[in-house]
Design a protein around this ligand. Structure first.
Ligand code: CP
Length: 338
């Protein structure tokens, strides 16, 4: 894949070598993400950060990643504060905003909307989540996290055993992650959901077609008993017709320390794209796991900055210049590790 000037819309654009390139560049971003060094390589560049659906992590980490490379961020959040609320089309919005920006990140509630926007954009567009369809940068940061977590145990991604738990129908992060895992060898995937919230069949077929072992179950204890990664997801209440319908499924698959201790192999890594729903009737990942060293959820969010810095550097073709522009930071820096 030629990253320069490309839109990043779907994980299906990537080959395995592209993923390795993203991860290699992400590794090199650590001194900046850790606030040990500063680079101004994107000085003068502007990110248009367009989030038409709620977000904490994706919006802020794309913004931070761009700032850490020296660029500026302009953003809009929600329909009500944009001219989309006055009937403006995605085409016109894209023509306008791409005149103001060097790259655009966008989240929108409709599947396919970011691709439609990208068709009219004059600058690269990165998909920050389009409805229940895809969330490619999340899948990249998830796999980057898996690579680091397993790498510390002398393991690679090939041969991974992973359980994906929760709302697999509407959860775009697991859709993108499954597609990404199709680039690797001999993956064992256990899909844990109510039948009504099952992984879409085309994605299951895609994984089976490349030879992965896919099992489908509602049995949480059995599914997490022999995996490297237990990847939990939230019931995507915003995709349901009503809160009452979402309530039927909320809290169905809860993981807490007692369940972890009883059923998981030692050092099973716990992941979640976040936000986890911590309300009492949901609580898919209990707070009593917070001290568990295998809870990787905040390492995932830290890794998101590295991966998004890598995407910007590749798409804007500055990878070779990032370090030439670097200097040590001036300010006191609490010791941080990733
Ligand atoms: N993981 C994720 O997409 O989080 P946000 O909704 O907070 O961006």
């Amino acid at each position: 894949m030629n990253f320069t000037g490309s839109h990043i819309l779907s994980i299906q654009q990537f080959q395995r070598a592209d993923i390795e390139r993203v991860f290699e560049v992400a590794d090199s971003m650590a001194p900046y993400a850790l606030r040990r060094k500063v680079t101004r390589v994107l000085e003068g560049a502007i990110l248009g950060n367009m989030f038409f659906e709620p977000s904490t992590r994706t919006r802020i980490s794309f913004g931070c990643a761009f700032n850490l490379l020296g660029g500026e961020v302009r953003e809009t959040t929600g329909f009500e504060s944009s001219a989309l609320a006055k009937g403006e089309s995605l085409h016109d919005t894209a023509r306008v905003l791409s005149g103001f920006s060097d790259v655009i990140c966008m989240r929108h509630p409709d599947s396919g909307s970011v691709a439609e926007f990208a068709e009219a954009s004059r600058v690269p567009v990165i998909n920050g989540g389009d409805g229940a369809n895809e969330h490619p940068s999340q899948a990249l940061l998830d796999l980057y996290t898996i690579r680091k977590e397993l790498g510390s145990k002398g393991r690679g991604i090939d041969g991974l055993r992973i359980a994906m738990i929760g709302d697999l129908k509407y959860g775009r992060t697991v859709h993108s992650l499954c597609k990404l895992l199709c680039l690797f060898e001999n993956i064992q995937v256990t899909l844990v959901s109510p039948p009504e919230l099952a992984m879409p069949e085309p994605i299951v077929e895609e994984m089976r077609a490349v030879g992965h072992s896919v099992s489908i179950t509602e049995d949480l204890p059995q599914s997490i008993s022999r995996v490297d990664i237990a990847y939990s997801t939230r019931i995507q209440e915003e995709r349901f017709a009503s809160q009452e319908e979402a309530d039927i499924y909320r809290g169905r698959f809860r993981l807490n320390q007692a369940i972890y201790t009883q059923y998981c192999e030692p050092n099973t890594v716990i992941m979640h794209p976040l936000p986890r729903d911590s309300r009492a009737n949901a609580n898919e990942l209990d707070n009593d796991l917070n001290q568990n060293p295998n809870l990787a959820i905040f390492r995932q969010t830290d890794n998101g900055v590295l991966v998004r810095m890598a995407l910007f550097s590749l798409v804007l073709d500055v990878v070779d210049q990032v370090h030439k522009e670097a200097r040590d930071v001036n300010w006191y820096n609490s010791l941080r590790t990733l």
